[in-house]
Design a protein around this ligand. Structure first.
Ligand SMILES: Nc1ncnc2c1ncn2[C@@H]1O[C@H](COP(=O)(O)OP(=O)(O)OP(=O)(O)O)[C@@H](O)[C@H]1O
Ligand SMILES: [Mg+2]
Length: 262
């Protein structure tokens, strides 16, 4: 399912305008390291207090890898994932995707990256409350394509979204709104939404965190099969050692740095 289209070359931290407009460009993948973080530092400011969270994080994620990041509550796992997804910027340090620097991208470049290459599963789902399951799953396509293109291709997109919703076991809840879904069902809807644009990389924040053991295991099966059968690279944050252990590799965040591996 993962897009085979390589990421666009970036000059001076900007995507070429043509790539932004079309979402395409040729390149040149020079490395098996899909995503790399170099000496990431991030502090939050609270009044005149500065709270250092990440104090020099280095990590590499290889293409096709399933990586878990563990660490205690408050250790900076969500902060790190948000930086990797370019939802927030590090104070210092660099992030590379397919060899191209992404932490300093212009907003348009970040939009292309997140719409076409990355799928994100959030700790608290972040589904849009007024939309049904089907509409939530379709929402990245509506945003990514623009109104006219979406309307022209609507029938095909609905077919894709419906198939994806079925693959995560939620076809009986197509027209339910988030408040009418259980936690596990909301997480499945969020996974389907993260996958609708065929991302090459999935960034998942506690995808099983709010679920009972059996439901959590079902979600893990969905993620493992995505990684194994569709070669989607996955970075998953969790505080649960047993869940983390199902990945290819586990690294631990401690005192703002990577303690093991990386
Ligand atoms: N916007 C913010 N402003 C101030 N402090 C923040 C902000 N966001 C996070 N923090 C602090 O940064 C630290 C790391 O938060 P983060 O959410 O990354 O932790 P986490 O490892 O994901 O924790 P959990 O396992 O509970 O989800 C915490 O101490 C938190 O209080
Ligand atoms: Mg968190």
């Amino acid at each position: 399912m993962a897009s085979t289209e390589p990421f666009s070359p970036i000059a001076n931290g900007r995507l070429p305008a043509s790539a932004v407009a079309s979402g395409t460009a040729q390149v040149v993948e020079t490395t098996d390291v899909h995503l790399a973080a170099v000496n990431l530092r991030k502090s939050y400011r609270k009044g005149h207090l500065e709270i250092p969270v990440l104090r020099g994080v280095d990590l590499e994620v290889r293409r096709g890898e399933f990586l878990s990041i563990i660490g205690q509550s408050g250790s900076g796992k969500s902060t790190l994932l948000h930086l990797l997804a370019t939802l927030d910027a590090p104070d210092t340090g660099e992030i590379y995707f397919q060899g191209n620097r992404i932490d300093n991208l212009e907003p348009a470049g970040r939009d292309v990256l997140r719409n076409r290459y990355f799928g994100m599963i959030f700790q608290f789902y972040h589904l849009l409350p007024e939309l049904t399951t089907l509409e939530n799953v379709l929402s990245p396509l509506m945003i990514g394509h623009g109104v006219w293109s979406y309307l022209r291709n609507r029938r095909e997109m609905i077919r894709q979204a419906t198939a994806l919703i079925e693959s995560v076991g939620l076809s009986h809840r197509l027209n339910h709104k988030p408040r009418e879904l259980s936690g596990g069902e909301m997480q499945r809807a969020a996974i389907a939404r993260a996958l609708i644009a065929n991302p090459v990389m999935l960034l998942a924040d506690e995808p099983t965190g709010n679920l009972d053991g059996t439901t959590g295991e079902e979600i893990m099966q969905v993620l493992r099969s995505l990684n194994r059968d569709q070669n989607v690279t996955i970075v998953m944050v969790t505080h649960d050692d047993a869940i983390a252990g199902q990945a290819d590799r586990v690294i631990k965040l401690r005192e703002g740095r990577v303690e093991l591996g990386g």
